[in-house]
Design a protein around this ligand. Structure first.
Ligand code: SAH
Length: 202
C-alpha cells in the first residue's frame, strides 16, 4: 500500500470530499510521521503508538476532523496535541503560506519528534510550542479555527475566548466529537458526533 492508496480509500469511503483536503492527504505522507519500526504499517487505517502514551490518530478520524473543521487558505489555526505532527502538516498544506498553524504539545519529546518529522516538508507557516493546550495561546489570538486531538470534559473557556467570531472549534469531549461555532462574542452553536475514542488531555 502507498500513501496514494490510503488517500484513495478515504475518498472511496466518503471520509474525504473537499479537494484542498484531498490534495493535502496526497502531499503529506503518513509514513514520515510514524516510528521507524512501524513504517510498514503507516498506511493502515489504524492509530499507531508514538510513545509517551500518545498515538498518531487513525487516518479516518483525521479525515473526519479536518473535513468538519473546513480549514481555508490563509486561516490561522490553533492545534492542541501535536503528537507526530501529521495533522499539523496536513493543516499547514491546506492554509498555505498566507496562513499559519500554532501547535501545542504537552510532552517536550513529542514536540521534538514532530519537528523532526515535519522538517523534510520545509513549512514556513508552522510554530510548535510545548505547554498545556487547555490554556490556548493568548498572545497569538485570535484564531479562525481550533482543533484538538486530545479529549477533555468540556471545551476550555480559553479556546472559546481565543476564537474569532464565525470561527470553529473541532475537539473531542468525552466520547463525542464536538463541532462548536462561535456566532457572536458569547453565543455558540454546538453539534456532537458520537463514538470516538481519543487520548485524554493532561
Ligand atoms: N494529531 C496527533 C495526535 C496525537 S495524540 C497525531 O496524529 O499525531 C494527542 C496528543 O495530545 C498527544 O501527543 C498528547 O501528548 C497531547 N496532549 C495531551 N494533553 C495535552 C495538553 N493538555 N496540551 C497539549 N497537548 C496535549
Amino acid at each position: 500500500m502507498t500513501n496514494e492508496d490510503l488517500t484513495q480509500k478515504l475518498i472511496t469511503e466518503k471520509f474525504l470530499t473537499t479537494p484542498q483536503i484531498i490534495n493535502a492527504f496526497k502531499s503529506i505522507d503518513r509514513k514520515d510521521f510514524v516510528l521507524s519500526e512501524d513504517k510498514d504499517r503507516a498506511y493502515e487505517d489504524k492509530p499507531l503508538s508514538i510513545g509517551f502514551g500518545a498515538t498518531i490518530s487513525q487516518p479516518t478520524t483525521v479525515a473526519i476532523m479536518i473535513e468538519k473543521l473546513q480549514p481555508q487558505e490563509g486561516d490561522r489555526i490553533l492545534e492542541i496535541g501535536t503528537g507526530s505532527g501529521y495533522m499539523t502538516g496536513l493543516l499547514a498544506k491546506i492554509v498555505g503560506e498566507g496562513g499559519k498553524i500554532f501547535s501545542i504539545e504537552y510532552i517536550p519529546e513529542l514536540k521534538e519528534f514532530a519537528k523532526a518529522n515535519l522538517k523534510k516538508y520545509n513549512f514556513k507557516n508552522i510554530s510548535l510550542f510545548v505547554g498545556d493546550g487547555k490554556a490556548g495561546l493568548k498572545e497569538y489570538a485570535f484564531f479562525d479555527k481550533i482543533i484538538s486531538s486530545a479529549s477533555g470534559d468540556e471545551i476550555p473557556k480559553s479556546w472559546k475566548e481565543q476564537l474569532e467570531i464565525r470561527g470553529r472549534v473541532v475537539a473531542p469531549v468525552a466520547e463525542n466529537l464536538v463541532i462548536l461555532d462561535k456566532l457572536s462574542k458569547r453565543k455558540f452553536k454546538e453539534e456532537k458526533i458520537h463514538g470516538f475514542i481519543f487520548v485524554s488531555l493532561k
